[in-house]
Design a binder for this molecule. Sequence first.
Ligand SMILES: [Zn+2]
Length: 55
Amino acid sequence: MRTARMKGGNDMYKCGKCGAKIAKLLPETAIRCPACSNKILYKERAPVAKEIKAR
Ligand SMILES: [Zn+2]
């Protein structure tokens, strides 16, 4: 058996209207904001520490 759930990791989405964060649970399901039912969501990556060159 294949474990398709492990693919892609845990994506986070941010509502474009109220800014609420939504965790994508089901890949095949259309996600919407639970707070304001907005469908326009921005994909948000996990916070990554950027490497900045100090001068
Ligand atoms: Zn919202």
